[in-house]
Ligand binder design. Structure first.
Ligand SMILES: *Cc1c(COP(=O)(O)O)cnc(C)c1O
Length: 378
C-alpha cells in the first residue's frame, strides 16, 4: 500500500495520529498499570451509557459481532426466546446468531427502507408470551437507517422483557443511555464512533442482567458473565489474551472524545458532515436511498447514478483521490455508501465532494447538469 486515504467507511474508520501513536508500545497483560487502563475504560464506558447506577462495562475480544454473539448467547436462558427486530443485514445477523446457538427466536421483519415499528413489536410481544428478550439494531449500518430505539425500548420494558441494543455504529456518536433506551444491554465496538482501532467489542449492561447470565453462555470464550467476573475480581484483567495495543489506542480515543466536547459535540460534527455530504451529493445529481427523517448521521446510502454503474471504477477513481467508500448492502436497490464518522471533518467532506464531482464528470454521469463542479479535487 503506497498512499494513505481517508476512510468514509463505518469502521474501521479514519483515526487520529494520537490514537495510532498510543499503540506504539508493548505492555504486559499482567501489569497493574495496564489493568488500571482497562478499569478506566470500563468506568468511562459506563459514564457514556448514562452513568446508570448498578451498571458495568464488559470488554470482549474480537470484532463487534463477537460482542453481539456473546450477549445473545449469554443473556437468553435455555427456556427463553429472543425476538429479533430486523430491517437490514445486522438485524438479520442477530437472527442467524440465535439460530446457530440453538436459541428459539421470533423474527420481526421490516423492509430495509422502513424503520422498525414499535406497535408491531408490541403486538408480537403480546402474541409470543415466551419471548424473554428483544434485540434491535440502533443505526442499521446496512442502509443508514435510525431505528426508533427509545420507543421500542418503552414497548419492551412495558411488556416486562429484557432489551438488547446493537448500538455498534452509534454509541459514542449519538447521545444515549441505558435509561433513555430502557435497555439492559448496549453493545458497541472499539473501531466505531469512539474512533479507536479494531480489536474488541464492549457491552454496557445493568448488573442485575449480568448476574442473571451466570452459567448460561453457550460458548466458553464468548461468556459475558465469565469475562465480567474476571474483570471485576481481578480489576481489569481479561480471561484470555487481550488486545493490548487496541486497548491503549482506545484509552487515547476516549480522551480525545472528551477533548472534542463529548458525545454531544461529536454528534454535531457527524451531523454536519452528513448534511453537507447529502447536500453536496444532491447538487452533483445523486439521490439518497432514505428520506432525511429516517437517516442517521453515521452512514448514507446513495442510489447508483446510472443503471450500469461500475462501482469498482468509481471506487478506484475516488481512492486515487484519497477517499475510500463502501459498496451498497441493501438487497432491493443498487446503492453505494459513504460513512461520515471517524476523524472526518467538514473540510474533508468538501474535498470529497470535489473529488466525486470530478469523477462523476469523468465517468459521464448527470450530463445535463450545468452546476457540476469539476477538477476541484486536484
Ligand atoms: C459494525 C457493525 C457490527 C459488527 O460488525 P463487525 O464486522 O463484527 O465489527 C454490528 N452491528 C452493526 C449495526 C454494525 O454497524
Amino acid at each position: 500500500m503506497d498512499s494513505d486515504y481517508l476512510l468514509l467507511t463505518p469502521g474501521p474508520l479514519s483515526t487520529t495520529p494520537g490514537v495510532r501513536k498510543a499503540m506504539n508500545r508493548d505492555v504486559s497483560t499482567w501489569d497493574s498499570e495496564y489493568n488500571s487502563v482497562v478499569q478506566t475504560i470500563r468506568r468511562r464506558l459506563v459514564e457514556l451509557a448514562g452513568n446508570v447506577s448498578d451498571s458495568s462495562a464488559v470488554l470482549m475480544q474480537g470484532s463487534g459481532t463477537f460482542g453481539v454473539e456473546a450477549t445473545i448467547g449469554s443473556a437468553v436462558p435455555p427456556d427463553g426466546e429472543l425476538l429479533v427486530v430486523s430491517n437490514g443485514a445486522y438485524g438479520a445477523r442477530m437472527l442467524t446468531i440465535a439460530k446457530r446457538l440453538g436459541i428459539r427466536s421470533v423474527p420481526a421483519h421490516f423492509d430495509e427502507t422502513e424503520p422498525a415499528a414499535p406497535d408491531t413489536i408490541a403486538n408480537l410481544l403480546r402474541t409470543h408470551p415466551a419471548v424473554t428478550h428483544v434485540a434491535v439494531v440502533h443505526c442499521e449500518t446496512t442502509s443508514g437507517m435510525m431505528n426508533p430505539v427509545e420507543m421500542i425500548g418503552e414497548v419492551v420494558s412495558r411488556a416486562g422483557r429484557s432489551f438488547i441494543v446493537d448500538a455498534m455504529s452509534s454509541f459514542g456518536g449519538i447521545p444515549m443511555s441505558l435509561d433513555s433506551l430502557s435497555a439492559d444491554y448496549i453493545i458497541s465496538s472499539a473501531n466505531k464512533c469512539i474512533q479507536g482501532v479494531p480489536g474488541f467489542s464492549f457491552v454496557v449492561a445493568r448488573n442485575a442482567a449480568l448476574e442473571a447470565t451466570a452459567g448460561r453462555a453457550r460458548s466458553l470464550s464468548l461468556d459475558l458473565h465469565g469475562q465480567w467476573q474476571e474483570m471485576e475480581t481481578h480489576q481489569g484483567k481479561w480471561r484470555f489474551t487481550s488486545p493490548t495495543h487496541t486497548v491503549l489506542a482506545f484509552a487515547q480515543a476516549l480522551d480525545e472524545l472528551d477533548a472534542e466536547g463529548g458525545v454531544a459535540a461529536r454528534f454535531t460534527r457527524y451531523t454536519d458532515n452528513q448534511s453537507r455530504l447529502v447536500t453536496g451529493m444532491q447538487e452533483i445529481g445523486y439521490q439518497t436511498l432514505l428520506p432525511i427523517a429516517l437517516q442517521s448521521p453515521i452512514i448514507t446510502s446513495f442510489h447508483d447514478p446510472v443503471p450500469d454503474f461500475q462501482f469498482q471504477q468509481f471506487y478506484d477513481e475516488l481512492k486515487e483521490r484519497g477517499f475510500v467508500i463502501y459498496p451498497g448492502k441493501v438487497t432491493r436497490s443498487n446503492t453505494f455508501r459513504m460513512g461520515t464518522i471517524g476523524d472526518i471533518h467538514p473540510a474533508d467532506i468538501e474535498r470529497l465532494l470535489a473529488a466525486v464531482g470530478d469523477v462523476s464528470a469523468k465517468m459521464g454521469f448527470f450530463p445535463n447538469r450545468t452546476s457540476q463542479p469539476t477538477g476541484l479535487g486536484e
